[in-house]
Every structure is written in structure tokens, then in C-alpha cells.
Design a protein around this ligand. Sequence first.
Ligand SMILES: [Ca+2]
Ligand SMILES: [Ca+2]
Length: 451
Amino acid sequence: MKLKFSFIILFVICASLFISCSGKKVEGAFPVPQIKDVYSIGDTGPAGGIIFYDQGSDINGWRYLEAAPAESEFVTEEGWGLYDIDVRGTFSGIGSGKSNTKIILDLLKQNGESGVAADRAAALEINGYKDWFLPSKDELNMMYENLWKRKLGNFREDGTYEGSYYSSTQYNDNNMYLTWEQSFKNGQANTGKRGYQTFIRAVRAFKSDGQPAAEITFSQNAEIKELKPYSYGANLEYEARDEAVYNEIVKIWAENGYYIDDAVKEKLTAEQKRVFEKYGVNEAAGFWEVYRGGMDWGGYPARITASSFLPPDTANADYKPENLHDGSFKTAWVEGVKGYGIGEYITFHYSADSQSVTTITIANGYVSSSSMYRDNSRVKKFKMYIDDTPYAVLNLEDIRREQIFQFDPIHRAHYNPWTIKLEIMDVYKGDKHDDTAIAEIATDARRYEIN
Ligand SMILES: [Ca+2]
Ligand SMILES: [Ca+2]
């Protein structure tokens, strides 16, 4: 009892002198904490901050998120730190800020860096609470939505970057390592370099009973769907040697009024007959061309990047990520690391106004011939992420045929750009090479009827 009483006295003295009890100078006295059975958005929290998110019950070891009081806000000369360092494993989702911050703190320690956004947030001590962290991208946005829009929280709209606040979420732009931040002047989430003096507002998580959240509150395996192909698209048992013969048939087809009847068929050579039986004549597409029949309704990526790709070979074939979406089954992306490329990934970048995505169609492997297909490796499992948060595991079959995965529309708030990432988890090993290839991937807003 006596100890507790002295602590309160000490706290009052410290607060009135604008000095925290750890001896560090702080900006000002903090609001008086409120202890309640149930908190609403906008309430003063148990640490004197403001409640900005409520899960409704304890899930993954926490219920509420509390933004630190405005008096604790800061900028650092050194910004976010970890320039040019890949901070792997951070997520955007609500509930990921605490584990993101732990990843950043470990890397800062490894690199001997300090005095930047995450470690200064984690070092805050406010009304006796020391469990502060840097919010994730989506957590930061909830502060904007639930506090700023109600004129709560005294967020800034000024400064060089118009009230930009740092999140703890990395953005990997083709191996340029940026950080998600959000302007509280216009609500836009942006990716930025890490040296800027952007504002930092720490947050903390706590349980229904008011106790601090568990150590790691975000499980990257939470609720991941296991998906199999829902349907199949084009049969891709093409052979390069058939291409010239196929083109002869297309010519004959055009010369005969875009039709091949029995009389025309009779005149075909044996080789032409064989190729015609195998492929038919595709009215709208060339031999290697992806035929989508005008069905591309939306959900179209603005660009595609990859964690690595194989440099061009002596035959001058290239294996860039753009080959994944060039409309040709002849070209492929091939990962560029030693071994089978487990952990390598491709990222589809969508603009803020893109449609939702409901299908991903994948032509697995180097499909341009049966030997190329077998010699190189194919993907067996992809881990699919939405904005770096795990969403599903795609289980691919080892077939030269388009495989179509379908899911509920992936809705994103239509004011921020967003991403789908596919990470190689497992492969079908090639007979000759450990190069893992994918010929084509399309994402789409179309939806297949359930039989
Ligand atoms: Ca391609
Ligand atoms: Ca490889």
C-alpha cells in the first residue's frame, strides 16, 4: 500500500515537472487514464491514450487498440532507420503492428541503429505503460478513420509531408525497401523512403480485462484458406514444332472464308491434319497467345514485380516478371536464386481504382514444350498474401493446363493502391534444372458459376 501511494506521489511530481519517471524529458503531462469495463471508440484508455479500435472480444490475445496521447507524438532526425534493408515478415493487417515492431527492433539491434521511429515508440513510458509499438498500415488507417475523422486525437496535418505518419509495415518495391505511411491531411497511404522526418504516433493493444496484450498478437497463419483449382482453362499441351504447321492451317482457314469444312480438311496434309485435330483453329489468338475471349472484366494489375528473376541466357530468352502477364504462353518468369526458389515471390500491384479480384488463373511451369516443362521446376504451393497479410495457400497441380483459383471478391478500400503477393512454398522438381518457372498468371474480376 505504502509503495503504491509513493508511486502515485512520484508520478504526480514527475508529471507536473513534465519529466517522465524514467528520467527522460517528455513533451507535457499526459491525460489522466480512465479505467472502464467496456471502452467505446474515442474514450480515454487505461494508459491515458484514445481507444481507436475494438475487436468486440479477445481475439489473438487482445481486444482494444489505444493510440498514445498527442503529447507523446514525435519526429526523429533519423526517420524510420534500416535504409536498404529488407524488413521481411511485416504485415499490413490490424493486429500486426506489435509483431511488426518486434521484427524492426530485432533488426535495429543487429544493425546497431537506435533513435529511430520503432525503438523510440517502444521506449515510450506513458502513465506507467511501456508496451507501445508502431502501428501497422491498417492500424494507422483506423486511427485516421476512427479518430481523425471525428476530430479526435489532435493529429497533425502540417509539416513537410502534410501530416504523414509512419507505420511499421514495409513496402518492397522491386527490392527497393520503402515504408507505408499515411497523410492525415488527405487520408492517402503512400510509400516513402525511410530518411524523412515523418510523425510517429505509437499505439498499444490490451485485453477485455484491461491487461496488456500477449507478446505476439498476430499469427501469420491465422485463418489461411487451403485452395485447390476450382476450374481449368486452356489445355497447354503445345509443342513448338507444331507452330509452323498451325500457322499454315490458319492461312488455309482464312482463305476458305474462316471455315474448315470436310472438303477443306480432305486437302490437308497428314501433318496438318494431326495439328488441326490437336489444336483446332483459335479465331482470336496466335499459337502461343493467351485467349481470354474478351473476358478480362477487371481486377487487372498495374504492374508485376518479383523478388528475383533469372538473367537472360545465351539464346537471349529473358525471364522477367513481366513475362507472367504478356499474353504469351511461350514466355515465362523464372526465379533467379540458387536452388528451387522457395521463399521467392511475385507481386501484383493494383491501382486504387482497380476492381476487386475473384480469380487467379495460372499456367504453371515452362509450358512451351513437354521437355521444357519437365526439365524445369513447377510450383506446387503458393502462399498468397493480400497487402502482405497471408490469405491462402494455392495448391497447384502438375499439369500443362491453366488452373483457375476462385475466391470471394477481395475488396480493398478504393482509395489506396494494393497488392497480391504469391510466394513459392514448394515445387515439383524439374528433371534437369532447379529453375522454377511460371508461364502466365492472370487475375480477374470474373466469377465462375458453381455447378
Ligand atoms: Ca508469358
Ligand atoms: Ca533457381
